[in-house]
Design a protein around this ligand. Structure first.
Ligand code: IFM
Length: 452
């Protein structure tokens, strides 16, 4: 266990935890909610480990008050949650379901009453099924319903929410969902995936002015998952492999959002699979942001490959630590990533909107001791501090996740929580990492105050 206290973060730095609707809420058929693509995907045999689904998850929909109390006891200053589109506009288009919005209304007020700032994400992957039936994200007609949904949420929650993110990890929605088939809707088509990525970003850009009009005092941004690519060797071929991976994973999203253009090398490389882009789209996509949310978990090591793709992931170092997801623990990657995007882009203020690790936690005599997760968090917070010390404007950090939860196609087997959840009883047990995080926050607040 790390014994040295963390260095002091800047005044006003926000210490938070994050979750997402389908991963914790359950109550999938309550108060007017209708199915999302994840309900459909999870009900399809073979798609999710052990046939699990988010039908009950952490039952947060009914236990939200206890969960907010838990956060208050940890001393977190900010809570990043997502709103379920199929609760708010159950058919994807048309009537707003006020009962769905009521839940988030209560949640936001409950947070504010406990002195915790709400950070809301509008889309964390639970697309109303009727919109997928109409064509999903590859269909340009999806932009308007997204804007109407963003309007309904921001109109109701307004400035009580400190920060709104339009999308969480559009790379996953597009590529995992429409190309790799590992996420809903489970398709395998690179061109569809690229078109989906464009419409996700367009929906983000078109929603921004509406969100700003409804919540002028809130901050508005987007959350990207960034995964730095490192070459497996010093060879020029491996360096090129890493550059191509970086384009596929990171630049394809960073460039349109922050520079207003798609990267030329990728556009050319995609050939006929490149998306249909209309005049004005990139102006909308690159509308100014109040913040960029960065989700960082790990890096990928790449080698040149004679096969069709020209690139393959290579093994990480044998002496490195790996999480239960098989992801290398590489805190230095966070420092380097932040310095690199600070150098390459006109960057708005950044929040680390997700960072965390899954481990095989066990309850022993009512206690969950998770020193590896403590090491992971400690290492990444130090790495983050190093980037801030070198000039990157990072305003806050959200640990993923408050609770163990439904880890998508992995089901419930991968536990990312600071708080253990017994899915049979719904009992919550804060792990050692929760206590460590609470202490770290308390120390920071004692040294630098809670800031404005
Ligand atoms: O659980 C996910 C989350 O929904 C999105 N970012 C990565 C997390 C861990 O895989």
């Amino acid at each position: 266990m790390p014994t040295q206290p963390l260095p002091s973060f800047p005044p006003g730095f926000r210490w938070g935890v994050a979750t997402a609707s389908y991963q914790i809420e359950g109550a999938v058929a309550e108060d007017g909610r209708k199915p999302s693509i994840w309900d459909t995907f999870a009900a399809t045999p073979g798609k999710v480990k052990n046939g699990e689904s988010g039908a009950v998850a952490c039952d947060h929909y009914h236990r939200w008050e206890g969960d907010l109390d838990l956060m208050q006891r940890l001393g977190v200053q900010a809570y990043r949650f997502s709103v379920a589109w199929p609760r708010v506009i159950p058919e994807g288009t048309g009537a707003v379901n006020e009962r769905g919005l009521d839940f988030y209304d209560r949640l936001v007020d409950g947070l504010l009453a406990r002195g915790i700032e709400p950070f809301a994400t509008l889309y964390h992957w639970d697309l109303p099924q009727p919109l997928q039936d109409a064509g999903g994200w590859p269909w340009r007609g999806i932009v308007e319903p997204f804007v109407a949904y963003a309007d309904a949420v921001t109109r109701r929650l307004g400035d009580r929410v400190r920060a709104y993110a339009t999308l969480n990890e559009p790379w996953c929605s597009a590529i995992m969902g429409y190309d790799f088939g590992e996420h809903a809707p489970g398709l395998h088509d690179r061109a569809l995936a690229l078109q989906a990525s464009h419409h996700l970003l367009l929906a983000h850009g078109e929603a921004l002015p509406v969100m700003r009009a409804n919540a002028p005092a809130a901050q508005h941004g987007i959350v990207l998952n960034l995964n730095p690519g490192y070459p497996a060797s010093d060879s020029a071929a491996d360096a090129e492999a890493a550059r191509r991976f970086d384009g596929f994973f990171n630049r394809w999203f960073l460039d349109p959002v922050l520079l207003g253009r798609y990267p030329e090398d990728l556009w050319t490389g995609y050939g006929d699979a490149a998306p249909d882009v209309h005049d004005g789209d990139l102006e909308a996509i690159s509308r100014p942001l109040d913040f960029l949310g960065v989700n960082y978990y790990n890096r990928t090591i790449l080698a040149a490959d004679p096969g069709e793709l020209g690139v393959r992931p290579a093994d990480g170092p044998a002496d490195a630590e790996y999480t239960e997801m098989g992801w290398e623990v590489f805190p230095q990657g966070l420092t380097e990533l932040l310095l690199r995007i600070h150098r390459d882009y006109p960057l708005p203020p950044v929040y680390i909107t997700e960072n965390g690790a899954a481990y095989r936690d066990e309850v022993v005599d009512g206690v969950v001791d998770d020193p590896q997760r403590v090491r992971y968090l400690d290492g990444h917070l130090r790495a983050l501090h190093a980037a801030i010390a070198q000039g990157v404007d990072v305003r806050g950090y959200f640990a993923w996740s408050l609770l163990d939860n439904f880890e998508w196609a992995h089901g419930y087997g991968k536990r990312f929580g600071l708080v253990h959840v017994d899915y049979a009883t719904q009992a919550r047990i804060p792990k050692t990492s929760a206590t460590w995080y609470a202490d770290a926050i308390a120390r920071q607040r004692a040294v630098v105050g809670s800031g404005a």
